[in-house]
Design a protein around this ligand. Structure first.
Ligand SMILES: C[S@@+](CC[C@H](N)C(=O)[O-])C[C@H]1O[C@@H](n2cnc3c(N)ncnc32)[C@H](O)[C@@H]1O
Length: 211
């Protein structure tokens, strides 16, 4: 059976990810977001929620390392970075990155974050976390939005003017979530990355400059 355009696009992105050493095609979604909004500018303390298999962590590490030399000036910079990734699924290790296997909606996770970052505020929080889809678009969307509201609580760890990226599904409750995000960030943008499945209702919200 001939492949449709979407399958061809996925295949090409999969091959490109393999070629460039990324663990998943999702790397290109985060790269698109970075190209558009420069979310990694001066980002050294980074938390990635729902990290498996780890391609967003690979991108985060690339920029955090770059920032160590790029911004060695009189403005905000650090001489080291700290990146933490969390998932309920097991992740293969990535050098220099703290990986924990747990549900990030639990109180234990808050303790892990405070411990690893030693109570310091974060520059950037990323979330590509998704619920396990049931196939029922309506309930999947509602469950994803509920997860997103939980994730939004974690932005209390962000510093003033820190950045945030989150994946959400468009549908009912989307507007409520968007409105709530606008209360916490000076600028909120939405982006459907070029590499996203055109048929899916997933979209990324980018919160710039935490209030
Ligand atoms: C699309 S994948 C992430 C892909 C990743 N950004 C990458 O580039 O490799 C979404 C992940 O979110 C995780 N996830 C969803 N809810 C979670 C939760 N409450 N706690 C931890 N992980 C969660 C899932 O286990 C899944 O691995």
């Amino acid at each position: 059976m001939p492949k449709d355009a979407e399958e061809h696009r996925k295949d090409a992105a999969y091959k490109q990810a393999k070629r460039e050493g990324y663990r998943a095609r999702s790397a290109f979604k985060l790269q698109d977001i970075q190209n558009r909004y420069n979310i990694f500018k001066r980002a050294y303390y980074i938390l990635d929620l729902g990290s498996a298999p780890g391609s967003w962590l690979q991108i985060a590490k690339k920029y955090a390392e770059l920032n160590l030399t790029r911004y060695f000036d009189k403005y905000y910079h650090r001489d080291h970075y700290k990146i933490m990734g969390v998932d309920t699924k097991k992740l293969s290790p990535l050098e220099g990155i703290k990986i924990i296997k747990m549900d990030f909606t639990t109180p234990e996770f808050l303790i892990e974050v405070s411990k690893y970052f030693e109570e310091e505020k974060l520059d950037l929080i990323l979330s590509d976390a998704s619920i396990n889809k049931s196939g029922n678009k309506f309930s999947d969307q509602a469950r994803q939005t509920k997860l997103c509201f939980n994730i939004l609580e974690l932005t209390k760890f962000l510093k003033f003017k820190g950045n945030f990226v989150i994946k959400i599904f468009q549908g009912v409750d989307f507007e409520n979530f968007y409105t709530k995000m606008k209360r916490s960030f000076m600028v909120v943008k939405s982006l459907k990355p070029k590499s996203s499945n055109k048929k899916s209702n997933e979209i990324y919200l980018i919160g710039l400059k935490k209030k």
